[in-house]
Design a protein. Structure first.
Length: 378
């Protein structure tokens, strides 16, 4: 297929949608396409800019009359400019709100018929789309898109149920890049030493943007149940609005010596390889990209049975599924997974899941075929 100029609109933060957008963009660039990222800041995973990986910052103007800075309008303006200046062939929008709406407005401002692919990632539908004040806007963004994709069948079904768009939605799963996430225990001793964790002590890990939906409180409660039966350590990796409250909660439970808040880290592959089991207990989750990252490092996962997670975690094979607010059951499974024979079986199944069902090149092929399809007549 011909080499394309693609505009990528995403959040620059550590959440799954921004990670997928950035890693997909890097893979597309390696295939010869030029990817133009448009965001308020350079995306967290976009560490190096090249001729084929470009970044266009959105400048947000403030003015006394504005109650809030008009980011959505500034984003649409920047999209319009980049469409014209870079002669874009298509826009790939990650997270419907506000990106799909801004993309449609930017396209109109540029007097262009450029195709728009919108990828739904989860809370843009399950939380924002459920709000009456935003539902029609999310539907508008989907219906103005040339093609809409969802990262799981569960999210696709929930979108039809909540938003009821007059548009078809395709499922394209998230993927894992095995050149970034892989089994490598070399730095395991160093990481454990950094956090004062004894070499043989089991380590549980959670990675997220610390939003309320991630239920860090449920993870802490579950870990407190684990500590009643076995000495262990919990790594809470990331940052976000719930962090301070959770630090206080850990203090209240008097388990601070067994819990480490690492903050944002670039070395998540090393952190995963220094750990044994992942805990991922969100109350809403369209996919759970960090689950795949854990699988690629050979870690089984205990996760909530919601959203798209059951499409990733096969209960009793590569991890365990639990319902919301069952900390004692989480502890039971988390401890059960430490049994050597079971751990080896679940770990191998996790690796196989990451390498086959969510193979990077296979998923990128699907997106590239979509790019070719929508630009065929442009």
């Amino acid at each position: 297929m011909k080499r394309l100029n693609v505009g990528v609109i995403c959040y620059p933060t550590v959440g799954g949608s921004g990670v997928v957008a950035t890693e997909l963009g890097k893979k597309m660039a390696s295939r010869g396409h030029t990817m133009h990222f448009i965001a308020s800041e350079q995306p967290f995973r976009l560490t190096e800019l090249t001729e084929q990986l470009q970044f266009h910052p959105v400048k947000i103007e403030d003015y006394a009359v504005f109650q809030y800075p008009p980011y959505d309008i500034a984003l649409a303006n920047k999209i319009s400019q980049v469409i014209v200046q870079e002669k874009l062939d298509l826009l790939h929008v990650h997270y419907a709100m506000p990106h799909a709406i801004a993309a449609a407005l930017g396209r109109d401002m540029a007097k262009s018929d450029i195709p728009i692919i919108t990828t739904l990632h989860g809370t843009d539908v399950t939380i924002l789309g459920a709000k009456e004040s935003l539902k029609d806007t999310v539907r508008y963004g989907i219906e103005r898109s040339t093609i809409t994709t969802a990262v799981s069948d569960g999210l696709k079904e929930e979108t039809y149920e909540l938003i009821q768009p007059d548009a078809s939605i395709e499922t394209i799963y998230n993927f894992i890049d095995e050149s970034i996430y892989y089994v490598n225990r070399k730095r395991r001793p160093n990481i454990r030493k950094e956090f004062n964790i004894p070499p043989e002590q089991p380590v549980y890990i959670h990675i997220s943007n610390f939003r309320e939906v991630k239920r860090i409180d449920y993870i802490v409660d579950s870990f407190a149940c684990i500590l009643k039966q076995k000495n262990a350590h919990l790594l809470l990796v990331g940052d976000g609005p719930e962090r301070k409250a959770m630090e206080h909660y850990v203090e209240k439970l008097q388990i601070t010596s067994s819990v480490t808040f690492t903050g944002k880290r670039q070395d998540t592959n090393d952190l995963l390889n220094a750990s044994d089991v992942m805990l991922h207990l969100s109350n809403k989750e369209a996919f759970g990209l960090v689950i795949l990252e854990a699988f690629a490092c050979g870690l089984p996962v205990v996760a909530t049975n919601i959203g798209g997670i059951p499409e990733v975690v096969m209960d009793g094979k590569n991890g365990y599924l639990v319902e919301l607010d069952e900390p004692e059951r989480v502890a039971q499974y988390a401890l059960q997974l430490l049994e050597p024979t079971q751990y080896e079986q679940f770990s191998q199944e996790a690796l196989d899941t990451a390498r086959t069902k969510f193979n990077c090149e296979h998923i990128v092929d699907q997106y590239e075929a979509l790019y070719e399809k929508v630009t065929k007549h442009v």
